[in-house]
Design a protein around this ligand. Sequence first.
Ligand SMILES: [Zn+2]
Length: 449
Amino acid sequence: MIRKSLILSFTFISMFTQAQNINKCVTTEMVNKSITEDSRNYMTMKDAADKNAKWLETNRGNENKSIITVPIVIHVVHRSNHSNIGSGTNISNDQIEDGLRILNEDYSKTNPEFPNPPRNTFVQYAGNTQLQFCLATEDENGNPTTGITRTSTTETNFDVDGNDEMKRAITGGKDGWDPDKYLNIWICDIVNSGGGQILGYSYLPGTVGWSMWKDGVVVDYRYFGTIGVSAGGNDGRTPTHEIGHYLGLLHTFCQETDASGNPICCDNDDSNWGGYVDDTPATKDIYYGTVTSSTNNNTCNDLSYSNAFNTNVLDMDENFMSYASTTWMFTIEQVAVMNGTLNGYRSGLKNSTIPMNCTGTVGIENLMDNNQIKIYPNPTNGRILVQNLVNARTKNIIVRNILGEIVYTQLSDGNSTISIDLSILENGIYFIEISTDKGIRLEKVILAK
Ligand SMILES: [Zn+2]
């Protein structure tokens, strides 16, 4: 019985009656499908929700105060005739950087809409996730990587009605990396045999059951970033929305419809599966338009629902988890739910010790090795020498702890060998990040005094 009611609440929404209405994602449908295909997936999803809720029970009002870095790997799965980086489905590093910039702005509340968003109705409910997504610099086998893989496929595109073929080499895709340590993002050409363009999708925590190879986020190559081959007019917020799902958020609008396709619920995310977010207003209909100071949709009466509002407020169309074409915020409660996931079902990601590149710059040509910039000794008792073997102009040196927090910085003195002293820090693992005019040198060092 429980299973039945869950499926009902994830009823497929098909609304391609107007071409301009873009249903951003099929996460709900994929979740529904996963549970229908294998009932055990319902149990893993419930376990994940319970695990996340347990943390929220005592920490809901006490969200994280410092930055959490999440290592990501981007798998570009491109058509075989797009072998040149930057051509068609094989999107450029610049486009990836642009996508990461937007993602990290949105998750740190430094997106251009703040501090004065186009509509200020909900500005006091806006939360800062304090999450930072950085490219992994070490692959599963301990080898250096830019955090981007590129795979040529004979598949023309990947259908959302398929079986996540982009995530497996044997089906023309790319195997993901351990989802307990990396957030996998696949970028490919997505098609929807059901009709309409789908921008991306993700799985909620636990929904993949034991098929962990499916865990991660998929984004169409035209919706990662706003430059290069990206679709005109796209706001680049698809990764923001999909990672919201990945970290436990539901859509803010109703997902349950009657036989005619009309929505029959309100407050979709104030539920067990949504982590009981109660500072997004009760909302029934999907709004596809832009949000301005005069947008005044109000599809449910908030006074009929138990939530954070004492009056009947407007729909929060500007929420990243809506389908509006301009969105700019998460709420404080949504931030709490994402933290619940990172301290619950996805705690492996939060505690991942994979070294990362948080500079926002990518490119294999930019990653330097020990034959170019030598860093020694390692392990060290505090004093480290950085020897420049290729006449690169060193700009600055940043040292991060395993939480990704900057614990030491030093500007270059222009000498070919630079000495840095970490002896004031506690023993442990640190990541040295040296930017030069010829690239970036990243090294994991062990401080043992
Ligand atoms: Zn979605």
